[in-house]
Design a protein around this ligand. Structure first.
Ligand code: T46
Length: 142
């Protein structure tokens, strides 16, 4: 099952502010931030899993949908609120789609960018999950 975080909004007459502190409001230290925007019509992003990376995805503007797949079950989660973050830990296949024109998807990540942490093929992902369950070696797709 996936986990959503709800961050408190500090509201006054000027508007709203949300603060997120690494290791306090979310279960990891933030080492990288990136954001996805100006998405073209019907584009699909993601389509991969990570071996170790932890992330929080927040749709700070507009809306989008996330497919969250643990290798056995698949969920389709719609993100549309700047106070709600989806946690995606290691070993989860994700696909982002259904972007509105104004979508800004903010991502807080536990580590620097590292292409070797990605599993970009779905069959390799299922093999990885099976090996994980069997406590076996993952050297064949490293
Ligand atoms: C994820 C989802 C939610 C970098 O050089 N540095 C970075 O920090 C990132 C994230 C990407 N890149 C490069 C790698 C590719 O050449 O930017 C290009 C596009 O990356 P990618 O196709 O992986 O982007 P998405 O939107 O499919 O996936 C991204 C993250 O890569 C991924 O970790 O979980 O967002």
């Amino acid at each position: 099952m996936y986990k959503l975080y709800e961050f408190p909004t500090i509201l006054d007459t000027r508007g709203s502010l949300i603060a997120i502190e690494g290791d306090k409001d979310i279960p990891f230290e933030i080492k990288r931030i990136y954001y996805i925007f100006s998405n073209t019509m019907n584009s699909i992003r993601g389509r991969h899993a990570h071996k170790t990376l932890k992330q929080i995805l927040i749709c700070v503007s507009g809306h989008c949908s996330i497919i969250y797949d643990d290798g056995i079950k698949r969920w389709d989660i719609r993100l549309s609120k700047p106070d709600t973050g989806l946690f995606i830990g290691p070993g989860i296949w994700r696909e982002m789609y259904g972007f509105s024109k104004d979508t800004i998807l903010l991502v807080l990540a536990s580590d620097w960018y590292d292409e070797s942490d990605y599993i970009r093929n779905y069959d390799d992902f299922l093999t990885y999950k099976k090996m994980e369950q069997n406590n076996g070696t993952i050297s064949s797709i490293e």
